[in-house]
Design a protein. Structure first.
Length: 132
């Protein structure tokens, strides 16, 4: 499955830590950054795939689970560290759930928002991956 955990460089200090995202940390040029917050623990986010967009999901605060599917396989990732993110490449279905109280998910994307790039229905997604 085309997903990968990536550990970002972290600089530790007695006053706190700094995680860095620079040119070579993730394998695409950053075109968009957004974040999800104030999500109740029972809510699900994501629930879609992208035809071309690549995303990097980071738990800036708290934790959450990410279920990824490629049409045949399914895997669960629990993101808990603010310097470890999940790279989700194009064509992978993703669902975010089990947000801890106060969790913040930052998403770094390879392109700007384009509704035509989304596949929002899972049966449409399965038809899409079966054509590939």
């Amino acid at each position: 499955m085309d997903v990968q955990l990536i550990t970002l460089p972290k600089f530790e200090d007695v006053t706190g830590n700094v995680a860095v995202i620079e040119k070579d940390c993730i394998p695409f040029d950053i075109k968009r950054v957004f974040y999800l917050y104030d999500i109740t623990g029972t809510s699900k986010r994501g629930r879609h795939a992208h035809k071309q967009l690549i995303q990097f999901l980071i738990p800036i605060s708290g934790s959450f689970d990410v279920i990824v599917k490629d049409g045949s396989n399914e895997q669960l990732y629990t993101l808990t560290e603010p310097n470890v993110g999940l790279l989700v490449k194009e064509g992978i279905w993703n669902e975010l759930l089990n947000f801890s109280p106060g969790a913040v998910c930052m998403v770094i994307a390879s392109d700007v928002y384009n509704e035509d790039d989304y596949i929002r229905d899972y049966s449409d997604y399965l038809a899409y991956v079966n054509k590939m």
